[in-house]
Design a protein around this ligand. Sequence first.
Ligand code: IPE
Ligand code: IPE
Ligand code: MG
Ligand code: MG
Ligand code: MG
Length: 302
Amino acid sequence: MQTMRNPDQFNTWVAQLQTRTEQVLFSNMPSAELTPSTLHTAMRYAVLGGGKRIRALLTYATAEFFSVPTPQVDIAAAAVELIHAFSLVHDDMPCMDNDDLRRGKPATHKQFGDATALLVGDALQTLAFEWLASDRCVVPAAQKVQLLYTLAVATGSVGMAGGQSIDLESTNQQLSIAQLEQMHQYKTGALIRAAALLGAYSASQADAQKLRAIETYIRAIGLAFQVVDDILDAEADTATLGKTAGKDAAQNKSTYVSLIGLPAAKALAEDLYNRALSSLGSYGDEAYALRGLATLVTQRDS
Ligand code: IPE
Ligand code: IPE
Ligand code: MG
Ligand code: MG
Ligand code: MG
């Protein structure tokens, strides 16, 4: 792996892999001309040309940690972004958060209607698994099963979908801290964990000690990600976020900000950042991108 020792080099790494993710998604997604054209146009609208691609970056960074060549995880990184994009399309629908703006443009259901948005989510979800199972994904078959299994569990009722369910039920309710943490770990942490594990499981033999380090790192990062999302919802503006600011309070959502307040939520994000860094201990350059991403996740402004 290339040695990276200053922030500029990390920023270059981020920019290159964001572009790479965009290209992999762009060239592998069904063309907008392919029938049914409306659905394919809407799928591309929901996925391409926006998003920080943090989950893909986590797959690439973890792959580097396990010395997996970058091309080997292109499809895994893109598949996680498909699941994430699907979750956003459904999250914004009127029956869920009812948000009009996503990634600086009208939410998919505003642009194409509710029924098409529903189908976009369905089709993006299955496309992710189709890609992993197909020849596009160049890891050996036995490992593919592990990738498929890991992503499926993270997406379902004890992962993202389950977390979204707890989110809906806990609106207008006061959760305990333990319940709130579980909600965050499910709705956001699970897919972020899967993003990292797909990078690890793409290695022909993942080192057990490194796997333990990644598990601790990613649990902290996954929770930190949603804590920061809650903080930004309360503090940032709509133009910077590219999505409607202040909606958690407006919709009386259970968040770290609503439960423990902004200063304690910020202290928690800092604590999780430190936990993530210390889990990487004395690893050297192979953990450089993971360290950079810990900073990016906790210190981002959108
Ligand atoms: C937003 O995720 C939704 C959450 C799970 C908190 P991101 O902030 O990663 O959204 P994009 O992909 O950059 O738009
Ligand atoms: C969304 O959480 C989590 C998922 C999409 C799974 P939020 O509802 O807080 O996400 P934003 O703030 O709308 O992006
Ligand atoms: Mg939501
Ligand atoms: Mg939302
Ligand atoms: Mg939010």
